[in-house]
Design a protein around this ligand. Structure first.
Ligand code: 13P
Length: 288
């Protein structure tokens, strides 16, 4: 936990333990800039729910780097009087070095995604991150199998995780949460998402840690509820927020051909993002 006087960032352990016990999910929303971060914090504060701010490597690069983001988030928490639990989390960190850099900058949580490697190498890299993170009070999420789709302009094919891979990764590394690839994909789905709920429930019964569902955009509500029943405690949403904001902005620019003030242009997507956040928080049943 990083103490900022009255303002603090937390790791995800407490919020996800409660979510797992009480059968709801905490939203992970990806951030892309100052405005998005502000909208997410304001809306979650209004709804009085904890939130995880996810930062992909591409988004970190876009915004200037992990130090910029940690400073921005801490500043917003202070200046906006945010009192809900906020976790600042690396999304799909590709290497130990990325996670180390984010932790050193003040991130309170990391996802090490070494899922493109063989399981033994995934375990080795993940363990190194866990060792660095845990002594600093930082939580760690890892991935096994491979979540497909497109994120950060990287497209990958999907491979579902097996129970034995999940057990091995968890036992050898001591991770705090696991994202098993079970049919969800990043970006919009082509057709109906096909999630392996039986395996999800089986993994949940075998492992004592919370499960994470990536590719949360475009999954029908009944499947989201089922995933939560099967032990999913953190749900990642990016694409739906991006689309909601872009559609609103496009409409604004089409209607106002004279607009040029960036605050008005960017801000035209605020309501759409905030409405989408509320929809997800209600669906996930998120509580503080
Ligand atoms: P979507 O972009 O499909 O919502 O997925 C987000 C995600 O899983 C981030 O890790």
């Amino acid at each position: 936990m990083i103490n900022l006087g009255d303002y603090m960032l937390v790791n995800f352990n407490e919020m996800l333990a409660k979510a797992k016990k009480e059968h709801f999910a905490v939203p992970h929303f990806n951030i892309n800039n100052l405005e998005w971060t502000k909208y997410i914090l304001e809306k979650c504060q209004e709804l009085e729910v904890p939130v995880i701010l996810g930062v992909s490597e591409g988004a970190a690069k876009y915004m200037g780097g992990f130090d910029v983001i940690a400073g921005m988030v801490k500043g917003l928490i202070k200046d906006l009087n945010i009192t809900i639990p906020v976790c600042l989390h690396v999304d799909h960190g590709q290497s130990f070095e990325t996670c180390q850099k984010a932790i050193d900058a003040g991130f309170t949580s990391v996802m090490i995604d070494a899922s493109k490697h063989e399981l033994s190498e995934n375990i080795e890299i993940t363990k190194k991150v866990v060792d660095y993170a845990h002594v600093r009070g930082v939580s760690v999420e890892a991935e096994v199998g491979h979540i497909g789709g497109t994120e950060d302009n990287i497209t990958g094919s999907a491979t579902n995780a097996t129970l034995s891979e999940c057990v091995e990764l968890w036992e050898y590394t001591g991770i705090d949460a696991l994202a098993p690839a079970l049919g969800s994909v990043h970006g919009f789905y082509k057709g109906e998402p096909n999630l392996d709920f039986e395996r999800m429930a089986e993994i949940n019964e075998t492992l004592s840690i919370p499960l994470v569902l990536h590719g949360g955009s475009g999954i029908p509500d009944d499947k989201i509820r089922r995933a939560i029943e099967c032990g999913t405690s953190k749900i990642n949403v990016n694409t739906e927020l991006q689309a909601a904001w872009t559609n609103a902005l496009r409409q604004f620019l089409n209607e106002d051909k004279e607009a040029y003030d960036p605050r008005k242009v960017i801000g035209s997507g605020e309501k759409a993002i905030k409405d989408k956040i509320e929809e997800k928080v209600r669906l996930f049943g998120t509580k503080q």
